[in-house]
Design a protein around this ligand. Sequence first.
Ligand SMILES: Nc1ncnc2c1ncn2[C@@H]1O[C@H](COP(=O)(O)OP(=O)(O)O)[C@@H](O)[C@H]1O
Ligand SMILES: CC(C)(COP(=O)(O)O)[C@@H](O)C(=O)NCCC(=O)O
Length: 301
Amino acid sequence: MNFLDDNYLTFNDQDWNSRIQKEPFPITLDQLPIKISDAQKQAYLFISTYISIQYQHWAKQQKHIDEYLTKQHSHHTYIIGLAGGVAVGKTTTATLLKSYLTQLLQTDNIKIVSTDNFLLSNAKLHEKGLMERKGFPESYDIKALLHFLNQVKLGKKNIQVPIYSHQTYDVSPDTSRQMTSPSVLILEGINVLERTPSETVTITDFLNHSLYIDAPETMAIKWYWNRVSRLYEKAKEDETSYFKRFSALTREEFEQVAMQTWDRINRPNLKQYISPTKNRANMIISKGLNHQIEQIHIKKY
Ligand SMILES: Nc1ncnc2c1ncn2[C@@H]1O[C@H](COP(=O)(O)OP(=O)(O)O)[C@@H](O)[C@H]1O
Ligand SMILES: CC(C)(COP(=O)(O)O)[C@@H](O)C(=O)NCCC(=O)O
């Protein structure tokens, strides 16, 4: 037996299909952010129904506690952490979960924030000699990220969130987003389940539920290439793109650059820092070919 078999219950397509075939979809699924098969729609419904049951119990518990403490007006935000390696589909899954949960929880107050927004700017990474460590723990402004989560939990308005763009490959120097603490926050990023030894608190202290998207590295590399090759193509007509510098290279030459980047930066990060956080997640989503969810593992405790 291994940790996964001992500590998690495992479900596959038969489980979620048999469960859901008994009843029609309780929500409309014609306006999802990406096209997915009916079987995959059912997998996401299985995940989001599980989260919505947990959320509803949590919300009731908060209400009862507030009544007991006579603090009816306290604010509560339910934070879902979504972790996994580079390009496994965290951003896309977050938008899908938001669509499902908006309907299941009957709220339009669900927001998504990526920890990418809290990366140090390229200027700072250069200054600190960390350009080859982008995505590693030391490349984030972890204090700012923890402060942001604290503000969310305290129900603050006008919370400033920096903006990161894959296209400019940097944090935007002069724009940020203003956010009011939502009912549900989906926090997605490679480091969501990582420890923060330099701080007294850690990201997981703020999470009510956590998911880890797992996939064989060979597939993640393919999905990474899908994303960066699109950025490379788009850069041909976009002066502002970081990827413009590669326009003189052929597609094959650029593919070599991308694969070397993976080998030098994303692979060591995956092995050393990201994968070891998998067993901390409440739920592990195992993906296979074409981003298909093959198994869902739910922690027994
Ligand atoms: N369920 C899915 N079906 C099809 N393509 C997907 C799916 N999830 C992600 N992708 C694609 O895979 C690539 C990486 O996804 P993304 O959500 O950006 O990953 P991450 O946020 O983990 O880096 C993107 O090109 C995205 O369009
Ligand atoms: C910004 C990231 C650390 C985060 O990854 P993501 O959340 O997009 O999966 C990653 O996309 C990245 O830029 N890694 C550094 C090496 C590279 O250029 O891929």
